[in-house]
Design a protein around this ligand. Structure first.
Ligand SMILES: NC(=O)c1ccc[n+]([C@@H]2O[C@H](COP(=O)([O-])OP(=O)(O)OC[C@H]3O[C@@H](n4cnc5c(N)ncnc54)[C@H](O)[C@@H]3O)[C@@H](O)[C@H]2O)c1
Length: 381
């Protein structure tokens, strides 16, 4: 009999494989009517097929309700070319991060990153931190419009149109590189609206718009202006804004002055790593890439090659990503059960992975959380 949900299961590379196995133990302990369908993604497919996000995986994602993703390994252009199978070398194949492509291809424009300090976690910067970052996920410096070497036509246009380009104009095409930061009004508005809607529906008091509009006037100026227009529709939510550099300092100093943060792609990436570090580091940072039709949930960390295959990685970030998926699918009851189980295991402190000062394996942590799941009745169904 077919299951209610089809969920793409994309372990990827390195510790991605191990943390996903541990998160699966927790999901399997719940009564979710789902089938989990493996999808190929990651470095091995770049090396052997010249594509880290093969067309068959793209097709799979068109036919699922949601996806869970582990992590991938990315390498700079020259290193990527060097590791291609001999028959693929010299064909002009260009490596692009599959997760960045996935976000753009499926218009997963919201990157939602909750950062909550669970009581008893020895890694908490302060107890009771509870921040939520909304990162724009498809535009900005991650748009993928990049030039290295820089074509003559582009240099000529920039020389004609942009006075500040003058010091770069004499450079040869391979003596510099250009990455375009592209921010749209509609893209800025929709991520701001997602942040304000979340604030309103989750009883949050304040949204902080993160930018650098005093220096990066065109793109960050547009982002700030559009976000402020959206803010006007939410008089019940307090609004403030902060420069990306200043907020790095203020968040550490006064984390309780912040609640929900909304930022363009790169600043959102940076600020959410900082927030994750304040609540336990990458082993606790979970993330949802959310669009209108599809959502892909993942830990924010990468493949951590030095820990791969050692059963050392903390799977809590991935388990919390599974919790976010359940919320998104409309199973708030199951999501609460997972979160309560994580909170219990952290509070008890008997099972801790290396990053928390313990020696538990990835799978031992997964099993501990699965064992701590309260019976359904305790959560009202
Ligand atoms: N979304 C993604 O898949 C993603 C994100 C970031 C980096 N990457 C890629 O991952 C590779 C490694 O990158 P990196 O080393 O800069 O970042 P990383 O996140 O993989 O690891 C950095 C360090 O953080 C710690 N860490 C990460 N996850 C942990 C966990 N679950 N438990 C305990 N400790 C953990 C480890 O000390 C690790 O060495 C690179 O190829 C990079 O491009 C992928």
């Amino acid at each position: 009999m077919s299951k209610k949900y089809r969920i793409a299961w994309l372990p990827g590379d390195g510790i991605g494989v191990e943390v996903m196995e541990a998160a699966r133990v927790v999901l399997d302990a719940l009564d979710l009517d789902a089938e989990y369908i493996h999808g190929d993604i990651g470095w091995e497919y770049w090396c052997s097929e010249g594509d880290s996000f093969p067309p068959r995986t793209i097709e799979l994602l068109k036919n699922v309700h949601a996806a869970m993703f582990g992590a991938i390994t990315s390498k700079p252009a020259r290193a990527a070319e060097a590791e291609l199978a001999p028959e693929l070398k010299g064909r002009g194949l260009v490596y692009r991060s599959p997760i960045v492509r996935m976000r753009q291809l499926f218009d997963l424009y919201v990157c939602l990153r909750p950062c909550k300090a669970y009581a008893g976690n020895p890694l908490n910067h302060r107890q009771a931190i509870d921040l939520v970052v909304f990162r724009e996920n498809t535009e900005d410096l991650y748009a993928g419009v990049e030039f290295s070497p820089v074509p003559r036509e582009l240099a000529d246009v920039l020389g004609r149109l942009a006075g500040p380009f003058a010091p770069f104009a004499p450079l040869g095409p391979d003596e510099y590189a250009v990455s375009c930061k592209i921010n749209t009004k509609s893209g800025s508005r929709r991520i701001a609206r997602a942040a304000y809607e979340f604030a309103r529906t989750h009883g949050r008091k304040k949204v902080t718009i993160v930018h650098k509009a005093n220096v990066v006037r065109a793109t960050d100026g547009l982002f700030l202006e559009e976000a402020r227009k959206v803010a006007a529709d939410y008089p019940d939510i307090q609004t403030d804004d902060a420069n990306i550099d200043a907020i790095g300092m203020w968040l550490l100093k006064n984390p309780f002055n912040y609640d929900v943060l909304v930022a363009p792609n790169l600043y959102g990436d940076i600020v959410s790593d900082l927030c994750a570090q304040m609540v336990g580091g990458l082993g606790f940072g979970c993330s949802g890439n959310i669009g209108e039709k599809l959502a892909v949930f993942e830990p924010t960390h990468g493949s951590a090659p030095k820990h791969a295959g050692k059963q050392k990685a903390n799977p809590i970030a991935t388990i919390l990503a599974a919790k976010m998926m359940l919320d998104w699918l409309g199973h708030a009851d199951m999501a609460r059960r997972i979160e309560a189980a994580v909170a219990e295991v952290v509070r008890e402190g008997k099972v801790r992975t290396y990053d928390m000062g313990g020696a538990a394996t990835t799978m031992e942590m997964g099993r501990a959380v699965a064992d701590a799941l309260a019976p359904v009745a305790a959560f009202g169904g």
